[in-house]
Design a protein around this ligand. Structure first.
Ligand code: GDP
Ligand code: MG
Length: 597
């Protein structure tokens, strides 16, 4: 295909605005072969993604389209994830294409992720075609939303395409706009090979598959290639395109997007953003690279049944094979035994991995409170990156502590604004901006990431009845008065419950933790003190009263079946408990106790 007849694009949208539905429609209205292979919503590959309505791994499809002018075009769609945790994956796939469809639900309007994603497209110099979706719904208000796109984003929406991805209205117009309004890629066939490594993943049949965008030159099966950043050399075993099933081709030329396999052992051997060139007569100038995506949220994952530790190791290693942004190392906890300290891009990423371990590998997990990385500056001038509050050094040796901050953008209908501002204030937020756009407020806050990782998103949803949208970016580290709070149950510190808190809020958090644990830990035959402490100083205390003897006596009376049933129940329950000295703590306690109200 000549360059002039290739169009590479992505679709950016807020979650639920119809990106996947529109992608399906575009696919259906082009090639028959593709349609036959297509499952419902093919671009959302994994179950969890589908359930949550999000797309995690970037997916690609190549479509053949005969335009109204009779010419044959190749349209390459790269699907990008929509969630904040994956902003980095969005940014890198955007570098591989020249244009974007900006999909906005015409019954809703611009949301926080619309903004975050469209700014990424603008940064990547994309030509942007606004698409107003869901015009079949009575609540659709295209004029208002078009105006909002101009006001808030500052792009021309006068010729926005009005679409119903559901009924198919406007799909033809969308395809024509892709051909006529998006630019063709540029590139030189006779130049040395320069290909962008856009993404890579592990396929159980093919091994590591690499998604590439050819900038200059041509890549063929059998070519000897070199990755410029890592220096690694490979022979190209297989080269092809996604239609959406994998289909081999002889070669890929400038402007084209496709895949290669090359006996690469692990996903970790491929650096996203790397430049691939020929081993001989290669290029000297690499494409501008990407920063690697680094984990920002850490938590411990422990098997409920300690006999499953090896299974857990196996599951984690397999998942990490396909996800270079997920990190792990072994951890031992006095409270929870053997497990792993894992790093994630954000909370959703954490949830996705945890769900997959529980579901696909059938391992029940205890998850400790998510934590961020603190920079602990010691009095001797050294700096420690603290991933686990339990490892906080003795405060007398610590000079100061810094924590990561984010810039959060929240869009919300006016009526809920008061509650949102209060939530942000409660979480130590500093207001940076507050503006109104058509019945909705946009609040920009500087917030500590630590206050957001746990349940901020849930709280935001609940105080706004689900009407708020939220997006954030990491800003950097700032010093604050941060201390480690330990929790002692029956005078024994429970390492998995220790946390970093702001000094001013420590008493409040300590009290609330103790109160919750008092309810979560069942009574024992003896009195159990539950305490929160900073350094050696107790700042909050509750006591769990002892069980009265006659209660158990009654339980164990009665007939033998009942007794056995009770014992079975007890055994099952016991498995979910963790013993601390003489005290059993149910696993729910570890998560519930850390939730804030
Ligand atoms: P995504 O999260 O942006 O990928 O959104 P989806 O494509 O999954 O769509 C979210 C929901 O909106 C789904 O229930 C779709 O069926 C629905 N939807 C998408 N497009 C339209 C449309 O044009 N009209 C109507 N009525 N519903 C739509
Ligand atoms: Mg989707």
């Amino acid at each position: 295909t000549p360059l002039s007849h290739i169009r590479n694009f992505s679709i950016v949208a807020h979650i639920d605005h119809g990106k996947s539905t529109l992608a399906d429609r575009l696919i259906q209205s082009t090639d028959l072969v593709v349609r036959r292979d297509m499952k419902e919503q093919m671009l959302d590959a994994m179950d969890i993604e589908r359930e949550r309505g999000i797309t995690i791994k970037a997916n690609t499809v190549r479509l053949d389209y005969t335009a109204e002018n009779g010419e044959q075009y190749v349209l390459n769609l790269i699907d990008t994830p929509g969630h904040v945790d994956f902003a980095y994956e969005v940014s890198r796939s955007m570098r591989a294409v020249e244009g974007s469809l900006l999909v906005v639900d015409s019954t809703q309007g611009v949301e926080a992720q619309t903004l975050a994603n469209v700014y990424q497209a603008i940064d990547a110099n994309h030509e942007i075609v606004p698409v107003l979706n869901k015009i079949d719904l009575p609540a659709s208000d295209c004029d208002r939303v078009a105006e909002q796109i101009e006001d808030v984003i500052g792009i021309d929406a006068s010729d926005a395409i009005r679409v119903s991805a559901k009924t198919g209205v406007g799909i033809k117009e969308t395809l024509e706009a892709i051909v006529h309004r998006l630019p063709a890629p540029r590139g030189v066939e006779d130049a040395p090979l320069k290909a962008m490594l856009v993404d890579s993943w592990y396929d159980s049949y093919l091994g590591v598959v690499v998604l590439v965008r050819i900038m200059d030159g041509r890549m063929k099966k059998g070519d000897q290639i070199r990755m410029m950043q890592t220096g690694a050399r490979y022979g190209v075993d297989r080269i092809g395109v996604f239609r959406p099933a994998m289909e081999n081709v002889d070669s890929l030329g400038p402007g084209e997007i496709g895949f290669i396999t090359a006996s690469i052992k692990q996903v970790r051997d491929t650096k996203v953003g790397d430049t691939i060139t020929h081993e001989k007569k290669g290029t000297d100038t690499a494409l501008p690279g990407f920063k690697p995506s680094v984990p920002v949220v850490f938590c411990g994952l422990f098997p409920v049944d300690s006999a499953q530790f090896e299974d857990l190791r196996d599951a984690i290693e397999k998942l990490a094979l396909n996800d270079a942004s997920f990190s792990y190392e072994m951890e031992t906890s006095a409270a929870l035994g053997f497990g792993f300290r894992c790093g994630f891009l954000g909370l959703l990423h954490l949830e996705v991995i945890r769900d997959r371990i529980e579901r696909e590998y059938d391992i029940e997990l205890i998850t400790t409170a998510p934590s961020v990385i603190y920079h602990v500056h010691m009095k001797d001038g050294t700096k420690i990156d603290l991933h686990n509050p339990a490892d906080m050094p003795d405060p007398s040796n610590v000079d100061f502590v810094e924590e990561p901050r984010i810039k959060a953008t929240i869009l919300v209908p006016d009526e809920f604004l008061g509650d949102v501002l209060k939530l942000c204030q409660d979480r130590r937020g500093l207001q940076e901006d507050l503006t109104y756009v058509g019945g909705r407020a946009m609040a920009v806050y500087d917030l500590p990431l630590n206050e957001v990782v746990f349940d901020f998103y849930d709280r935001l949803k609940s105080v706004t009845k689900g009407y708020a949208s939220f997006d954030y970016q990491l800003m950097g580290y700032r010093q604050d008065n941060l201390v480690k709070m330990s929790i002692l149950v029956n005078d024994e510190p429970v390492d998995a419950l220790s946390m970093m808190v702001h000094r001013d809020r420590a008493e409040m958090r300590g009290r609330s933790m103790c109160e919750k644990l008092k309810d979560l830990i069942p009574r024992h035959m003896f009195k159990i003190p539950v305490q929160a402490a900073i350094g050696g100083k107790v700042i909050a205390r509750e006591t769990i009263a002892a069980l009265r003897k006659d209660v158990t006596a009654k339980c164990y009376g009665g007939d033998a079946t009942r007794k056995r049933k009770l014992l079975d129940k007890q055994k099952a329950g016991k498995k979910k408990m963790r013993q601390f000295g003489k005290v059993d703590i149910p696993q729910e306690a570890f998560i519930s106790a850390l939730k804030m109200d």
